[in-house]
Write a protein that binds this ligand. Structure first.
Ligand SMILES: Nc1ncnc2c1ncn2[C@@H]1O[C@H](COP(=O)(O)OP(=O)(O)O)[C@@H](O)[C@H]1O
Ligand SMILES: [Mg+2]
Length: 512
C-alpha cells in the first residue's frame, strides 16, 4: 500500500515542501530510500526501524520504498525521521492514511520513539502561515514555530503520542507563543555602559556610531576597555522590532540554535568570532550553504577583536557583505542569500606588543614589525569603516574614582530619537534607514556645508591627507553628530568632531 505525508526541507533560509511517499509491497524485507537524501537522511532508516519496534508497532516484513519528492531538492538532516515513520505506519495498515491529510510533520526520532528537535522549523512555520495545516513537531521546537501566528502547532513527545493524537485518542492543545511575554528579555544582557570608567571620548564616539549606524575601529593598547566597550554596544541600540526579531531568529533557526526558553530573539545579537575563524565561518557557505557569523549578527553587532590577527581571506570576504547588507553564496544547485545587516566593531592594538605611543610602557617592536601589523588592516576594509577611535589608558584617578557615567538606558534614549529622525529623512529613499547607508547622491543632498565648514574640510584634506572616500565618511559622520544636537545644519563643530574620528587617515599613523 502507498501512503503520503507532507513535510518540508530548508534550503538556505527558505522552506521547500517535500512529500514523503512510502510504498509497502511484496518482496524481500528491506527498505530503500530515494530522492536525493544525504548521509544523515540515509541513517534515518535505522532510527525509524528502532523507533517503530520500540513503540510496539510492527516493522513490515516486506519490501519498503521511501521516496522524498521532489527529487531535485537536496535533503539533509534527521527531520524526515518522523514523517517517514508516520508514512510507514500508514502504508503498513497501522494508521489510517486519511488522518494525515492536513498534517505537516517534522522531527528526529530517538531509538525509543522519542522526538528530538530539528533545525529550521521557523522557516517552515512561516511557509505554512494561513495554509490551514496542522504542524506536528517535537515539543522542544514547538514554541519556536508558534511565534508565527496563523499556524496550528502541536508539540509531541514521541511517536506513540503522535499516533494517539492523530487518532483522537489523546488531546493535545495547539502551542501558543505570546509575543508580549517573549518581549521581556530574560535578565540584563552583557553589562551596562556605566560600568566602564572614564573613556568619555570613546563613549561619545560609540554613541555617534550607534546613532548613525557607522562601523567603528577601536585602536588602543591592551587592557584599556576596548572589549568591554564593544560588548556594551548592543545595550545602546534600540530594541529589535518584531519584523527584525523574526529575521534574526530565522538565521538561528536554520542553524538549530534557537533556545527553547526564548524562541524569539528580541535582544540584538552580539557576535565575537575568534580570529581563527575561516572565511566560510565568518560570512557563510559550505557544501550545503549555512549562514556564517555575519548573518548571526544580523541587526546587531559583529565584533572583530584584534582585527589584524584575522586571516586576510576572512577580512577580504567581509567587504561585499558589509556593503550590501547580505551574503550571496553560489553553489552548483543555485545561489542562496543570507541577511547580513550588521554594525561592524573592530579593535586593534597600535603595534604587535600593544604599547607603541604609550606614555607608561616602552614598545618593543621594530618599525618594520609595526608597519607590517598595521598594513594588514589598511586598504579596502578600512575604507568601509566610518569611525576610527583611539582608546587611551584611563588615568588611575578615574579608574578608582566613584562617579558613575551615564547608563546604557540614557544613551539609548537619545539614539532612538536620532534614529527616528533619520527614518523620516530617508522616507523616500528605498533601502536607506540611517546616515551610514547614504550613497554619494544622498551625501550631496543631505550633508551640505556652509562656507566655514567647507574651508575647514579643505584644510583637513590637505593636512591630514584624506582620500576621497574618507571625505565622504567624514560628511556622513558629521551628519549624525548634527542630528544628535538636533541641528538640521552641519556646523563647523560637528565637522571638527567627525574629522577627529579619522585617526588612521592621519599621516602620523602611516609612518610609525
Ligand atoms: N575603563 C574601564 N573601566 C572599568 N574597567 C576597565 C576599564 N578598562 C579596563 N577595565 C578592566 O580591564 C579588563 C580588561 O579590559 P578589556 O576591555 O579586555 O581591554 P582591551 O580589550 O582594551 O584589551 C576589563 O575586563 C575590566 O575589568
Ligand atoms: Mg580586548
Amino acid at each position: 500500500m502507498l501512503a503520503k505525508v507532507q513535510t518540508a526541507a530548508v534550503v538556505g533560509l527558505t522552506a521547500v515542501p517535500v512529500t514523503v511517499e512510502v510504498d509497502v509491497t511484496d518482496g524481500l524485507p528491506g527498505i530503500t530510500l530515494v530522492g536525493l537524501p544525504d548521509a544523515t537522511v540515509r541513517e534515518s532508516k535505522e532510527r525509524v526501524r528502532s523507533a517503530i519496534k520500540n513503540t510496539q508497532f510492527a516493522w513490515p516484513q516486506t519490501r519498503v520504498t521511501v521516496n522524498l519528492a521532489p527529487a531535485d531538492v537536496r535533503k539533509e538532516g534527521s527531520a524526515f525521521d518522523f514523517p517517514v515513520a508516520l508514512g510507514l505506519l500508514a502504508a503498513s495498515g497501522q494508521l489510517e492514511p486519511e488522518l494525515l491529510g492536513d498534517v505537516v510533520a517534522l522531527g528526529e526520532l530517538a531509538l525509543d520513539g522519542g522526538l528530538r528537535p530539528v533545525p529550521g522549523v521557523l522557516a517552515i512555520a512561516l511557509s505554512l502561515k494561513a495554509k490551514g495545516k496542522r504542524l506536528l513537531l517535537p515539543s522542544a521546537n514547538a514554541r519556536e514555530a508558534a511565534v508565527v501566528g496563523g499556524v496550528r502547532v502541536y508539540a509531541l513527545e514521541n511517536l506513540h503520542q503522535a499516533v494517539s493524537f492523530l487518532r483522537g485518542a489523546e488531546a493535545v492543545e495547539p502551542t501558543r507563543s505570546d509575543l508580549f511575554d517573549l518581549r521581556q528579555p530574560p535578565g540584563e544582557p552583557g553589562g551596562d555602559l556605566s560600568e566602564v570608567k572614564g573613556q568619555a571620548v570613546a563613549k561619545r564616539a560609540l554613541e555617534v556610531a550607534v546613532a548613525g549606524g557607522h562601523h567603528v575601529l577601536m585602536l588602543g593598547p591592551p587592557g584599556v576597555g576596548k572589549t568591554m566597550l564593544a560588548q556594551r554596544i548592543p545595550t545602546l541600540m534600540p530594541e529589535l522590532s518584531l519584523e527584525e526579531a523574526l529575521e534574526t531568529t530565522l538565521v538561528y533557526s536554520v542553524l538549530g540554535r534557537v533556545p527553547p526558553e526564548s524562541p524569539l530573539l528580541f535582544l540584538r545579537p552580539f557576535r565575537a568570532p575568534h580570529h581563527t575563524v575561516s572565511d566560510v565561518g565568518l560570512i557563510g557557505g559550505g557544501t550545503v550553504p549555512k549562514p556564517g557569523e555575519i548573518s548571526m549578527a544580523h541587526h546587531g553587532v559583529l565584533f572583530l577583536d584584534e582585527m589584524p590577527e584575522f586571516s586576510r581571506a576572512a577580512i577580504e570576504a567581509l567587504r561585499q557583505p558589509l556593503e550590501e547588507g547580505s551574503v550571496t553564496v553560489t553553489r552548483a544547485y543555485g545561489a542562496m542569500t543570507f541577511p547580513a545587516k550588521v554594525m561592524l566593531i573592530a579593535s586593534m592594538n597600535p603595534c604587535p606588543c600593544g604599547f607603541a605611543g604609550s606614555p607608561s610602557r616602552a614598545c618593543l617592536c621594530v618599525p618594520s614589525q609595526i608597519q607590517k601589523y598595521r598594513s594588514r588592516v589598511s586598504g579596502p576594509l578600512m575604507d568601509r569603516i566610518d569611525i576610527h577611535l583611539e582608546v587611551p589608558p584611563v588615568p588611575l584617578a578615574e579608574l578608582t574614582g566613584d562617579p558613575q557615567g551615564e547608563s546604557s538606558f540614557a544613551v539609548r534614549g537619545r539614539v532612538v530619537e536620532v534614529r527616528a529622525r533619520q527614518r523620516e529623512r530617508f522616507r523616500a529613499e528605498p533601502g536607506i534607514y540611517c546616515n551610514a547607508q547614504m550613497r554619494h547622491r544622498e551625501i550631496r543632498r543631505f550633508c551640505s556645508l556652509g562656507p566655514e565648514g567647507r574651508d575647514l574640510l579643505k584644510k583637513a584634506v590637505k593636512t591630514l591627507g584624506f582620500s576621497a572616500r574618507a571625505y565622504d565618511r567624514v560628511l556622513k559622520v558629521s551628519r549624525t553628530i548634527a542630528d544628535l544636537s538636533r541641528s538640521e545644519e552641519i556646523r563647523p563643530e560637528h565637522l571638527a568632531e567627525a574629522i577627529q574620528y579619522r585617526a588612521l587617515d592621519r599621516n602620523s599613523w602611516v609612518q610609525p
